[in-house]
Ligand binder design. Structure first.
Ligand code: ASP
Length: 348
C-alpha cells in the first residue's frame, strides 16, 4: 500500500507487464519485464496523489505480445474480487495488445460502474525521456475522479499521451510516437492539458442496468482473415476449414467490400451454412461497413455475413469470443453482434 487516508478514493493498481516496467538486459540489450517494486520506486510522485493506492502484480509480468485470453479472465476475476473494496482500477499493460485486452475486459465486465483504466508507455519508466510517468499519474487521477461520491468514468478506458479513450474503440497505430493509440470512430472521453477536460456526453452509462456481472467463458476457436488482392482459394479454404472453427472476423476492403469471384463467395456460403459465424469488419482504421452500398458487398449480405459496422478488429475479436459461448440462435447471434452492448460500435 502506498498511502492510506480514509475518505480518499481507493485505487487498485494492477501490473501485468509491458515496457513501462521493463529494463535492458545487460547481455543482449533487449527489453524485458522487470519487477513491480522497481517501477514503484521510480515514481515517488505516487505518494502525492489524492487517493489510496494498493498494488497487485502478475507473479511473472509479461510482454503483452504474450497476452492470452486466460490472462483476461484473471484480470476480470481480480477486479470482481476487489470490486466493492475499490473505487477504481488502473491496469499497467504493454501497448502492443492493450486494445485487445481493453476490448475483452469491456465485454467480460457487464454493468461496470467503476473505472478500469488501461495504460502503459512507449519508453520504460527508468528512461530519462519516459512517457510512463504522465500516463501512470494521470490514469490514476482519472480513475479517482468522483462526483457526488460516485466515479465519473464507469467503463473500461485506455489512457495514453494526454488522451482517455473508450478502450474497445482503440487501436495501436504507432510503434514510435508517444501518441500510440487512436480511436477514429469515437471521440476521446477526456483530454489532459492544463486541466483535465472530460467529454461528458460521450461517457458510458450503465444506469439502471443492475449489478456487475463478470463473465468467465471465452471461445478461442476463432480467426481473423485479412483480404488482400491475390488471396488464393487454397489459402482461404485451408483457413476456413480448420477443425472446430467457430467464428471468423473477415477484414474486408473499404465499406465492407470483397471479391465477387464465385469460389470466394461459395466458400463463405458453405462455412456459414455449417454454422460458423463470419463478421465483416473493414480494414480501414476509420469508417464503417455498409453491406449493400456496393455490388461487391451486396452478396455478402445475402449469404449471411454479420455486419461489424464501425467496430475495430480488436473489439470484433473479443466480442466473438464473448458471444459464442452464449449459445445463441443464428438470428439471435447476428442481432446481438450487430447491436452495441458496451459502446463498442455505433448501432445504426
Ligand atoms: N512489447 C511491449 C509490450 O507490449 C511494448 C509496450 O509495452 O509498449 O509489452
Amino acid at each position: 500500500m502506498i498511502s492510506m487516508a480514509t475518505n480518499l478514493p481507493h485505487i487498485l493498481l494492477i501490473y501485468t507487464g509491458g515496457t513501462i516496467g521493463m529494463i535492458k538486459d545487460a547481455e543482449t540489450g533487449a527489453l524485458r519485464a522487470f519487477d513491480f517494486n522497481n517501477l514503484l520506486l521510480r515514481i515517488p510522485e505516487l505518494k502525492l496523489l489524492d487517493c489510496n493506492i494498493e498494488t497487485f502484480s502478475f507473479t511473472k509480468p509479461i510482454d503483452s505480445s504474450n497476452m492470452q485470453p486466460k490472462y483476461w479472465l484473471e484480470m476480470a476475476d481480480l477486479i470482481a474480487k476487489n470490486y466493492n473494496k475499490f473505487d477504481g482500477f488502473v491496469i499497467l499493460h504493454g501497448s502492443d495488445t492493450m486494445s485487445y485486452s481493453a476490448s475483452a475486459l469491456s465485454f467480460l465486465l457487464e454493468n461496470l460502474n467503476k473505472p478500469v483504466i488501461f495504460t502503459g508507455s512507449q519508453l520504460p519508466i527508468g528512461d530519462l525521456r519516459t512517457d510512463a510517468k504522465e500516463n501512470l499519474i494521470t490514469s490514476i487521477q482519472v480513475a479517482s475522479l468522483q462526483e457526488n461520491n460516485e466515479p465519473i468514468i464507469k467503463e473500461v478506458g485506455l489512457y495514453f499521451e494526454y488522451k482517455l479513450y473508450r478502450g474497445n474503440r482503440t487501436t495501436k497505430i504507432n510503434a514510435e510516437h508517444f501518441e500510440a493509440f487512436a480511436s477514429l470512430n469515437y471521440p476521446e472521453l477526456a483530454e489532459s492539458g492544463v486541466h483535465l477536460k472530460i467529454n461528458d456526453p460521450y461517457l458510458y452509462s450503465n444506469k439502471g442496468k443492475g449489478e456487475l456481472i463478470v463473465h468467465s467463458d471465452l471461445e478461442t476457436n476463432i480467426t481473423i482473415v485479412k483480404l488482400f488482392p491475390g488471396i488464393t482459394k487454397a489459402v482461404l479454404e485451408s483457413v476456413l476449414n480448420i477443425e472446430g472453427l467457430k467464428g471468423v472476423v473477415l477484414e474486408t476492403y473499404g465499406s465492407g467490400n470483397c471479391s465477387t469471384e464465385l469460389w470466394f463467395l461459395k466458400l463463405l456460403k458453405e462455412i456459414i451454412k455449417k454454422g460458423i459465424v463470419v463478421v465483416n469488419v473493414t480494414q480501414c482504421s476509420g469508417g464503417s461497413v455498409a453491406m449493400g452500398q456496393y455490388e461487391t458487398s451486396e452478396k455478402l449480405k445475402k449469404i449471411g455475413l454479420i455486419s461489424g459496422r464501425d467496430i475495430t478488429t480488436e473489439a470484433a475479436l473479443s466480442k466473438l469470443m464473448y458471444l459464442l459461448p452464449k449459445k445463441l440462435s443464428k438470428k439471435g447471434f447476428k442481432e446481438m453482434f450487430q447491436t452495441e452492448i458496451r459502446g463498442e460500435m455505433t448501432s445504426s
